[in-house]
Design a protein around this ligand. Structure first.
Ligand code: C5P
Length: 409
């Protein structure tokens, strides 16, 4: 659950009063939780209580106030994109009908539509027993199931009407277990599940003297996004990173290095036993031939800095890899992009290369989006549009999954 982004959709049923406890449990397990509360839901549970336990604003309508500065006018889209799962608990008969009809008149129903394909949707209908058994509710439940949502039967017990029967929302602990199961099933479904993936990320620093170095503008964001996405698909991820200001994605092993030589030495230890090597680091091609220990003095008007070539980590892995191991690289090019990327794919013996369009604002170093073209060994080339680095990482892993040898751990 750690690091997972979860939207809890809360509708207007008495069980809504239990949802702050559900949020608490999820937060305790390390999940990021945002809440979409319907108008009816707000009658049963306070927005303030939910905002307090989640530590986030509670989303209600899709129309933000226009008199407030810095409002996110597209949160109805970004929320759905952000989520790894949508849990609707309690789900009322009314909201089930709206979901079936594709209505988008509040944040909850809109998130349902903007959620990324393949993300789990867990729906916990909770209402009076007779309402639950009514033909229209049963028809809507079937429709939503056929669309890939997981519908959970309500628990049996005392209902708000005082009668006994089916209709109670399962307890928050039980909802948590169902969500765990959904993520597990998803991870096991991925061909990357159980695979050992080594990823390099970030820049390297090549020492000139005790206080100066040669480096580049790489932020490490792309490599970290790939690591996060691979771990979510159940891979065992080792991330070897140069100096960056990024949090370690949950559930991965991170090794910090500084120079290309250190990155190479660290990566070498993993070459033999990994299934996949993804080189997203911006490794310095050269390093000063004779770095000095102290601080160089500013004496000469001019001086020459002799540089020597660094090992090409990816090319080394490409040369050493055995049958079944895959090598994936990036090519950040400013001229003759695709042609150069294709040449690198062959010269470094890669299985796939991601040509990285370079533009200061939308793609490349230190921005949150990227524009990639994926080129496979067999020539198949897929141009991706401008995507967030998270989404670009997802697309890259989709392509890699297609290349993985079947049934090999
Ligand atoms: O040849 P070029 O540096 O453009 O190749 C880029 C790819 O090779 C990237 O995937 C990068 O991480 C990797 N690389 C490497 N070691 C180097 C230089 C580049 O692993 N010394």
């Amino acid at each position: 659950m750690r690091g997972k982004n979860i939207i809890i959709g809360i509708c207007g049923g008495i069980a809504a009063y239990k949802t702050p406890q559900l949020v608490r449990l999820l937060k305790k397990r390390g999940a990021n939780v945002k809440i979409a509360l319907t108008e009816g839901g707000s009658r049963f549970v306070s927005e303030l209580a939910l905002a307090t336990v989640s530590g986030e604003q509670v989303y209600r309508t899709i129309f933000p106030p226009t008199d407030v500065r810095n409002t996110d006018y597209t949160s109805h889209i970004s929320l759905g994109e952000w989520a790894d799962a949508l849990v609707i608990a309690p789900a009322t008969a009314h909201t089930l009908a709206k979901l079936c009809a594709g209505l988008c008149d509040d944040m909850l129903t809109t998130c349902f539509i903007t959620l990324r394909p393949g993300k789990p949707v867990l729906i916990f209908p909770s209402m009076d027993g007779q309402m639950y058994l009514s033909p229209s509710v049963q028809r809507n439940i079937k429709t939503l199931s056929s669309q890939g949502c997981t519908l959970f039967s309500p628990d049996n017990g005392e209902l708000a009407s005082g009668q006994c029967g089916f209709g109670r929302m399962p307890e928050p602990e039980s909802i948590l277990t169902s969500l765990d199961d959904a993520f597990l099933a998803m991870a096991q479904h991925s061909p990357l599940s159980g695979k050992s993936v080594v990823i390099t990320a970030g820049p390297t620093r090549e020492k000139i003297d005790g206080v100066r170095f040669i480096s580049n503008y790489s932020s490490g964001k792309m490599g970290f996004a790939i690591a996060r996405a691979a771990a979510k698909r159940g891979a065992s991820v080792t991330l070897i990173t140069g100096p960056v200001h990024l949090e370690t994605p949950p559930g991965i092993e991170r090794l910090d290095v500084e120079s290309a030589a250190e990155m190479y030495a660290t990566a070498q230890g993993f070459f033999q036993n990994c299934n996949l090597f993804i080189s997203a680091a911006a490794v310095s091609d050269y390093r000063p031939a004779a770095p000095q220990e102290g601080k160089m003095k500013k004496e000469a008007e001019e001086f020459e800095l002799a540089l020597v070539k660094n090992p090409d980590i990816l090319a080394e892995f490409g040369a050493q890899k055995c049958t079944g191991q895959l090598a994936i690289g990036f090519a950040l090019e400013t001229q003759s992009g695709l042609d150069n990327a294709r040449k690198k794919l062959v010269s470094k013996n890669l299985d796939l290369i991601a040509f990285n369009f370079f533009d200061h604002k939308t793609a490349g170093f230190d921005v949150d989006t990227n524009i990639l073209t994926l080129i496979q060994r067999n020539g198949i080339t897929t141009e991706l549009p401008q995507l967030t680095k998270e989404d670009a990482a997802g697309k890259l892993l989709d392509a890699i999954e297609e290349l993985l040898p079947k049934n090999r751990q």
